[in-house]
Design a binder for this molecule. Structure first.
Ligand SMILES: [Zn+2]
Ligand SMILES: [Zn+2]
Length: 350
């Protein structure tokens, strides 16, 4: 007889609370848990633990669960578990250019979250935003976070988007090790963001040692946002540590696959100029010299073109042993489209 396969975990490891800018004011634990359940997620990020107001609310509305390092809503047990997470923006300078990079942080408890907030409060105002801006270099961030506990995880957020990301065309780096320097060895994962998928990342050999993961970065609980990208695991004994270890070991029997939106659905996939309604694939953008054919100004380099620039492998290359992925479109958007409605929030969709 075959051994038990363990429990299927579907994790969205990066979202935001009502304390982040441009976030629904109803983004609280009760609503996140309710819609995570509708969506079929069983582990979801708390987001924003660095914000003192949100951390206080997390302490009041969550309780430890039977899955070590994961929490449950204190008032009901919906079989939705929470992982304690945040996102921060580091501002530093490299080779004479300002670099603004978003990083996600995962920790195994609210107590550890508090210790990290304490350490990071020296670098910026944590109360200003659910995603605080810190004046520090990325390796310094990794060191501060992982010296509290080696179970803490730091990874680059939406690694390819033009602004605020590791490989961003505007204020990012060309190489992982330029960003994290002597702390690169403590980076175990990379978040693809909505505009890239695993095959795009497989083309950069420097990323082979990382787990390529996907999260929604949602600012609302609606199920066409929450969990629109996610990670699927099969774990004999689910816990915070089991999830992190599955990523660290890149064991594709435990970290099975990611759920992706089609990268072309991400607003930064193509190179273009939004004001002029111009958008084109990399090949045409290179031909146009990166200049908008309507107004003559420089276009925003899309993720597809940026990948082409940094890739050292041809399209279609797959390194051995990588978890797979599936492309999904949120069900509510499919229903809305089939009903001829513009907005998936329309009551007729529900
Ligand atoms: Zn971000
Ligand atoms: Zn975010």
């Amino acid at each position: 007889m075959e051994a038990s396969q363990g429990l299927r975990i579907i994790l969205d490891g990066h979202i935001h609370s009502k304390y982040s800018r441009a976030t629904s004011k109803d983004m609280n634990i009760r609503n996140i848990a309710r819609f995570a359940k509708v969506k079929g997620l069983n582990v979801v990020a708390t987001g924003d633990f660095t914000h003192p107001g949100w951390l206080k609310e997390l302490k009041e509305t969550l309780k430890p669960s039977s899955f070590e390092g994961l929490y449950q809503p204190a008032e009901n047990e919906e079989n939705v578990y929470f992982m304690v997470t945040t996102e921060v923006c580091t501002i530093s300078s490299f080779e004479g250019k300002p670099r603004r990079i978003h990083h996600v942080i995962w920790v195994p408890s609210l107590e550890v979250a508090e210790q990290i907030s304490e350490a990071l409060s020296a670098y910026g105002d944590l109360e200003a935003d659910g995603r605080p801006t810190l004046n520090m270099e990325p390796p310094e961030l990794v060191e501060r976070v992982t010296e509290v506990s080696s179970d803490n995880l730091v990874f680059p957020a939406h690694a390819w988007t033009p602004w605020f990301s590791l490989f961003g065309a505007f204020s990012g780096f060309d190489r992982l090790k330029d960003c994290y320097q002597d702390m690169t060895g403590r980076i175990y994962a990379l978040e693809t963001g909505l505009s890239s998928d695993p095959p795009m990342n497989w083309r950069v050999s420097e990323l082979d040692r990382l787990a390529i993961i996907s999260n929604s970065d949602s600012h609302s609980f609606w199920p066409w946002r929450l969990g629109r990208e996610a990670n699927v695991f099969e774990l004999p004994e689910p816990s915070y540590k089991a999830i992190v270890n599955a990523l660290k070991s890149k064991d594709n029997r435990r970290f099975l696959f990611t759920i992706e939106t089609d990268p072309a659905y991400g607003k930064y996939h193509w190179t273009g100029h939004r004001n002029c309604g111009v958008s084109m694939p990399a090949r045409e953008a290179v031909k146009a010299g990166g200049i908008c054919p309507v107004c003559g100004r420089r276009m925003t380099q899309g993720v597809e073109e940026r990948v082409e620039e940094l890739a050292d492998r041809p399209e279609g290359f797959k390194p051995p042993g990588k978890p797979g992925f599936v492309h999904l479109i949120p069900l509510s958007e499919i229903i809305a489209t089939s009903l001829g409605l513009e907005n998936p929030q329309d009551r007729r969709v529900w």
